[in-house]
Write a protein that binds this ligand. Structure first.
Ligand code: C2E
Ligand code: MG
Ligand code: MG
Ligand code: MG
Length: 285
């Protein structure tokens, strides 16, 4: 659809389109400098166990503060990086940044586990697993401290190659979660082949769980499906206590969302953990 739009752009001019194209070209041009000049940083958002309220893991989310355009949302710049052939560069920067952070936390006596997001290009990169494992080894980290989140659509672009890459990493001890579950066009037959440990229910089904009966059906069925396949089920986008209570009631394993915490800069994680109280979030525990 985007190719069609680009081809016909000359004949159906719309106001704002030039600015949009100019912005995209600027961002693509500046991506490489961003990684070099520390305009990028990683934010960390906790996930908690639904049963105990304990923090299980943090998800690493990339942030870009552009020198003149300001904060650029990852949905925008990750897509541009994917389309312009720059995503592997960003992923390498991200892996190093996350591992450096894990090593720093460990020096401070805190052992955390972090999940990173991978793009379609990453999971078909034959060098990815070797690279990831060598960075982990470089910082003397335990492979169990890192896990992966991959969307259905990323895996489905080349299921065979993705399966090879993820299996290598799984064999080395990293676990894989399917991100944004329910929004892609994946076939369950394909997903079943993958070395997956968890499903992450997309936030679009979670955010109005307390008012949309359809979302209740989707979320409950996904939890049941995941459990029957022996997978853990995580809900993202948990914004209210009412929704958290419903998810606990439905047997969801882990929760993540603004109710618990927004994505935090790495240096704020220790202070957040010190003040975190599960009882404020889960009245049931
Ligand atoms: P994702 O991996 O599905 O991450 C979840 C997104 O939901 C994040 O948006 C997070 O900030 C947001 N979120 C979490 N809790 C809530 C909530 O309670 N309410 C609402 N409204 N939103 C919530 P973010 O950080 O803007 O990232 C967007 C997407 O960009 C990610 O979706 C992921 O697909 C991609 N992304 C981010 N960092 C990376 C990265 O390092 N590498 C790759 N390949 N993709 C990344
Ligand atoms: Mg994710
Ligand atoms: Mg997601
Ligand atoms: Mg997403």
């Amino acid at each position: 659809a985007s190719a069609r739009r680009q081809r016909s752009a000359w004949c159906c001019y719309q106001p704002g389109q030039d600015e949009q194209h100019f912005r995209q070209l600027t961002l693509i041009r500046d991506l490489q400098a961003a990684a070099r000049d520390s305009q990028l940083w990683m934010a960390y958002q906790p996930k908690i166990e639904a049963s105990s309220g304990k923090v299980s893991q943090f998800e690493a989310l990339m942030r870009w503060q552009h020198p003149s355009l300001g904060f650029i949302p990852p949905d925008e710049f990750i897509t541009l990086a994917e389309r312009s052939g720059n995503i592997r560069l960003l992923t390498r920067w991200m892996i190093d940044s996350v591992c450096r952070q894990l090593a720093e936390w460990r020096r401070a006596g805190r052992i955390h586990s972090v999940a990173i997001n991978l793009s379609a290009e990453d999971v078909i990169d034959p060098q990815l697993s070797e690279h990831l494992l060598s960075v982990l080894a470089h910082y003397a980290l335990d492979v169990e401290q890192l896990s992966l989140e991959v969307t259905e659509s990323a895996v489905m672009q080349d299921p065979a190659l993705a399966n090879r890459c993820l299996s290598e990493l799984r064999q080395a001890g990293l676990t894989v979660a399917i991100d944004d579950f329910g929004t892609g066009y994946s076939s369950l037959a394909q997903l079943k082949q993958l070395p997956v440990a968890a499903l992450k229910i997309d936030k679009s089904f979670v955010m109005s769980l307390d008012t949309q009966p359809d979302d209740v059906v989707i979320v409950r069925s996904t939890i049941e499906l995941g459990h029957r396949l022996g997978l853990r089920v995580v809900a993202e986008g948990v914004e209210t206590a009412a929704i958290a209570a419903l998810l606990c009631d439905f047997g969801c394993d882990e929760l993540q969302g603004y109710l618990i915490a927004k994505p935090l800069p790495g240096h704020e994680v220790a202070a957040w953990l010190d003040q975190y109280r599960a009882d404020d979030i889960l009245p049931l525990t």
